[in-house]
Design a protein around this ligand. Sequence first.
Ligand code: PMP
Length: 410
Amino acid sequence: MSGAGPDWARVRADFPALRQQVRGKPLVYLDNAATSQKPQCVIDAVRQYYELHNANIHRGVHWLSEQATIAYEGVRKKVARFIGAPDPRECVFVRGATEGINLVAQTFGRTRIGKGDEIVLSALEHHSNIVPWQILCEEKGATIRVIPMNDAGELRMDEYAKLLSPKTKLVAVTHVSNALGTVTPIREIARMAKTAGATVLVDGAQAVPHQPVNVKDIGADFYIFSGHKMCAPTGIGVAWAPLALWNSLPPWQGGGDMISSVSFEKSTWAEVPAKFEAGTPNIEGVVGLGAAIDYLSAIGMDRIAAREKDLLAAFEAAILRVPGARIVGTARDKAGVASFVLEGIHPHDIGTIADREGVAIRTGHHCAQPVMTRLGLPATARASVAFYNTPEEAPLLEAALRKVTEVFRA
Ligand code: PMP
């Protein structure tokens, strides 16, 4: 990319899925918080892996297996550089953010959290960062406490301070809310948790695709994210923690690759990260993740963040021009997500009619039902942007929403 910044039209042209028409209209894809589209280079990397290098990793002495292992472990180094992890071994490949959080619940949680202990979550959490802790608390007799939010969707830091106590064993909070787009003050949240002696898990599923992330700088103990929201294939994600923390935890899933030796009497475990990567992993997903990281890095995460800020402003303004529209989630610091309602119209109807215009938005509770309950809404419509969206798509969303209002207010 030149110093002048990327040519965004050329960037968009890298995404074959965005060239299609749906329902006879050009596709306006605004469901990026659910999953991103994939650039040609990621699609090619996966295809090339199968055409040239497909083999199982780590165990083979033959050339192909060596090539596949080199590719797989090479991506671990890329991931580490991308998120500022000091050692690639700290990056454990998982199926996605959901599996990463469950991994932490079943290893850290099961060994370090007991009866009477407390886990602090926030009102903004995705179900993936609630339910694993509920399952754990039920088993262990621990309790969940929740950092409340204000009407704008910002966390109440004064209330958070009151929740922290010697009973707090874990603070598990999202970096960016998928339902409202709120960017949480994650450094401050982590700092306060550490001062209270708690371990910190950050759900980075909506942050890593949209802004530069440095896990050391944030001060978290665990940082988790998915590949499919950042131009990589589905079924791959990363759970990061410092090596000493991973080393101190027991394995979770048992099977091939995670052992050092096995006998019927006793088995011993492989070193981290293999200890947490039982079975044949998603090699194609890892290869695709590597290509996605190269692609995003070539554009620059800071440029992506700036572009998406401008796009979000354009889309929010377009939504607000529609009679009866209200943006849900008006935090000062927001990323990529415009949740909204149209007065008197159910969000599912908004989504269905927008789809007829070729505009793909999401409607529902966005796997964050407590957010909806707190705001007194059953659901919202959500337009979520990526850097390959264009300002020219904002009026197309507006036109689709006007159609919705015409249908319902005729
Ligand atoms: N956390 C957040 C904030 C999310 O947005 C998502 C995905 N919607 C998840 C966790 C779960 O990610 P995945 O479905 O990729 O496991």
